[in-house]
Design a protein around this ligand. Structure first.
Ligand code: ZN
Length: 413
């Protein structure tokens, strides 16, 4: 594919996926179109290329020789955002407002003065679940005027997490459930998951078209790269390739569909069982396997260069970054780093290294969780970006395809 087609494919994915449920659907649609068979229950038997969607998470696989080592690529579908409360109707000063709950480590100021849409799913009394995606701007959180907040530019913006982020969705809006009923064509809604998102579409910007901007680049960029890597990886090795896209990474991964839950372990057990593996051989198989946790890294910000170690600060458009942390917040060992460096060199893909400063706490990923739960050695790697957890983030436009190509080489490899 051309650069334009690759970036168009990523931007379309991002625009179509305002929530983890939609991201899971985007992944499944892409895989189905490439010949992957959808599976609802493991007991149906596992096809050679299959995909299973569970709420906001996805399991997909391409089976190799029976008993062959696993090559697993993991990423997360969720991003920090604002979610509508169960009883949301409120308002003051002639406005209709929606109460919200903050999900994950939101960069709060980035949600001010943006045109916000709503997406999620509704549950009807008979248990029917229907997804919705309203791309029109239906809400906004106006920032206080500088005349009413005179010291803001000197002391910084102070936001009360509960009081100051309540969106306005009109001056005469109807009840929220009635509105959901009309946009989904559902009578008798008994519950919903509804998330706000920035309606501005993903775009390639810059005088030289070198930057890609969008919401949810952390971490749907990696979800896109993982799925495209699986689709494009050929049959040059016997490995069994798995892509696992988990929800709930931004809130600690402990859930049925998070990396702390049993989704991936269940898939491995199902494949091992179908291939008739002795339990001891299944343990050995895991010890021979590798897992990549693909998740974005912090790029050096030109206005804040002191926030990085000068020898371990990745920059935009210079390739994906290996993420290392001796305290195991990232899982990459020297062995894992060596494997990726050899793959990157053989494919001609530039590879950077990220290590956090000793006086700056380090985030984590699903890599160490997967390694701990399954005994499969993990490698943390990701595209460098600015403004992580902003409503609109920035990456280098050349890096997403490099991550895809590196993941594809890993799958083949
Ligand atoms: Zn992330």
């Amino acid at each position: 594919m051309t650069r334009e087609a690759d970036l168009g494919s990523l931007c379309s994915w991002l625009d179509a996926s305002p929530t983890p449920f939609h991201a899971a659907q985007s992944a499944t649609e892409r895989l189905s179109a490439a010949g992957w068979q959808k599976l609802d229950r493991f007991a149906e038997g596992l096809p050679s290329r299959g995909v299973r969607i569970v709420d906001g998470s996805v399991l997909a696989w391409k089976r190799g020789a029976p008993g062959s080592p696993y090559r697993i690529i993991g990423a997360h579908t969720d991003s920090p955002n604002l979610r509508v409360q169960p009883n949301p109707e409120t308002g003051a000063a002639g406005t209709a407002q929606l109460g919200i709950e903050i999900y994950g480590g939101v960069l709060l100021n980035s949600w001010l003065d943006r045109d916000l849409g709503l997406a999620g799913r509704v549950v009807a009394r008979d248990g029917t679940v229907k997804m919705f995606h309203v791309g029109d701007a239906v809400a906004r959180i106006p920032q206080l005027a500088i005349h009413l907040d005179r010291e803001i530019n000197d002391r910084g913006l102070l936001l009360d997490r509960h009081a100051h982020l309540t969106p306005i969705w009109g001056t005469s809006a109807t009840g929220f459930r009635d509105w959901l009923g009309s946009v989904t064509g559902t009578d008798d809604i008994v519950a919903f998951d509804a998330q706000l998102f920035d309606t501005q579409r993903a775009a390639v910007i810059g005088r030289d078209h070198s930057l890609l901007v969008s919401g949810r680049l952390d971490n749907q960029l990696s979800c896109w790269a993982a799925v495209e890597a699986m689709v494009s990886s050929g049959a040059t090795s016997d490995h069994t390739v798995i892509v696992v896209l988990n929800d709930h990474e931004e809130v600690g991964s402990d859930s049925v569909t998070g990396a702390g839950g049993p989704l991936l372990a269940n898939l491995l057990a199902a494949i091992d069982h179908e291939e008739g593996l002795d339990p001891r051989r299944a343990m050995d198989r895991r010890a021979e396997s590798w897992c990549i946790s693909a998740d974005n890294a912090h790029a050096v910000h030109p206005n804040y260069q002191e926030r990085h170690d000068p020898r371990h600060g990745p920059i935009l458009n210079a390739g994906p970054a290996l993420k290392l942390n001796g305290n195991q917040r990232y899982a990459t060992s020297a062995r894992g780093a060596g494997l990726m460096r050899a793959l990157a060199d053989s494919e001609g893909i530039p590879l950077q290294t990220f290590v956090t400063r000793n006086n700056m706490p380090c985030g984590s990923t699903i890599g160490p969780i997967t390694a701990t739960n399954l005994g499969i050695e993990a490698i943390d790697i990701g595209v460098p970006q600015w403004s992580m957890h902003s409503a609109r983030e920035t990456v280098g436009a050349e890096d997403p395809t490099r991550l895809r190509d590196l993941l594809s080489a890993f799958a083949n490899g």
